[in-house]
Design a protein around this ligand. Sequence first.
Ligand SMILES: [Zn+2]
Length: 117
Amino acid sequence: MLTCREAEKMVMPYIDEQLSEKELDDFLEHIQGCHSCREELEIYYTVYVGLRQLDSGTGIFDIAGALEDSLDLAWLKVRAARLRRIISYAVEALCATGVVTTLLLQVRIWLQTGFLR
Ligand SMILES: [Zn+2]
């Protein structure tokens, strides 16, 4: 679990989409449970997106909604990454089981054919 200090340092990288999958995972977990960091994110996001709109000259825009969308998307990314990790563990476990089974069958064949006696 991140401390508030660590989470605060990740607010700008989050907005710039520069967090790694692992960092994003930790950051979202923290934001979900910590009201003050969530507020911090909202303030930075509003200012940052607001400034960008001033630059580009686009009109009225739902900034709070944009943050919600951004967080939804980030959660999807994190969930996909978690799922990928689980699948790769499962595949590794299956491979290991396959190797062990093959070895045991081979040993049995050797025992039956008298090779190991
Ligand atoms: Zn916090």
